[in-house]
Design a protein around this ligand. Structure first.
Ligand code: PXL
Length: 254
């Protein structure tokens, strides 16, 4: 059995964060290890409250688990605090972990800030240099590069800037673009434009599920471009079959 780890925020709706990541791993036949880095109060209409998991508890979760099991791939989602970023970066080094996928969670689709001050700088400085794939959406790409990211051309420029920060592969997700739906894949060679039909509606957890699917595919031994392509197909299907358990956004059928 292949084993992947997610270090992410807890989302009580099950649609995003740790809960969604574990369901995605299961869908790909990968055993999921899960460590919460933050706890949230939320429903399908939005986020009400976030707290970082205590630093001792987070460190002990990482060390005690990794002394026993070595995952073949891992992803980070909502780390929320700078100490969470530091602890994860230390664990990656101390336990020689590879196939790191970083979903640099910064803002929710409804615009809420999902990190404490300083966390994004820590992610850029400590996680980007050791990551195989990063999956910013256009808002996150704009925050990390300091440029506007509103078109396919902007995405290419931003991907080049992000590549200089150290990741092997950049995937900027374009689900929030006006008019087109295109994810841009860049590994320092050519650009791959992964286009898809725009599916109308508001869905919760698409970024989390996408990066979890990439993690699972890397864990199964696929090369990054193949992992990203298959992850995208999987998410498109899950969006098409979304359901509405609450009064707000749709949840993916993972
Ligand atoms: O997609 C960003 C995200 C990540 N992690 C958790 C979340 C969300 C968005 O709501 O709830 C736990």
């Amino acid at each position: 059995m292949k084993i992947a780890l997610t270090i992410a925020g807890s989302d009580p709706t099950g649609g995003a964060g740790l809960q969604a990541d574990l369901r995605v791993f299961k869908a790909f036949g990968v055993h999921g290890l899960g460590i919460p880095s933050a706890l949230t109060a939320q429903n399908t209409k939005g986020i009400d409250y976030i707290a970082g998991v205590d630093s001792v508890l987070l460190r002990r979760q990482l060390e005690f688990l990794l002394e026993d099991i070595k995952p073949g791939a891992l992803k980070t989602g909502m780390l929320y605090t700078t100490y969470a970023v530091d602890l994860v970066a230390d664990a990656i080094k101390n336990y020689s972990l590879g196939n790191l996928v970083v979903d640099p969670v910064a803002v929710s689709s409804s615009g809420a800030l999902l990190v404490e001050e300083g966390t994004l700088d820590a992610i850029r400085n400590k996680l980007f240099p050791v990551s195989k794939v990063i999956t910013p959406n256009i808002y996150e790409a704009a925050i990390f590069t300091g440029m506007r990211v509103e078109s396919g051309e902007d995405m290419e420029k931003a991907a080049e800037l992000l590549k200089e920060m150290g990741p092997e592969v950049i995937v900027i997700t374009g689900g929030h673009l006006e008019g087109l739906t295109m994810d841009l894949y860049y590994d320092g060679g050519g650009f791959h434009k992964l286009e898809s039909d725009k599916i109308e509606g508001e869905y919760h957890g698409t970024g989390c599920a996408f990066s979890a699917a990439i993690t699972a595919m890397l864990c199964l031994g696929h090369i990054p471009l193949e992992a990203v392509r298959r992850a995208k197909d999987y998410i498109q299907n899950a969006i098409r079959r979304a359901y509405y358990p609450g009064r707000g956004m749709g949840l993916l059928n993972l």
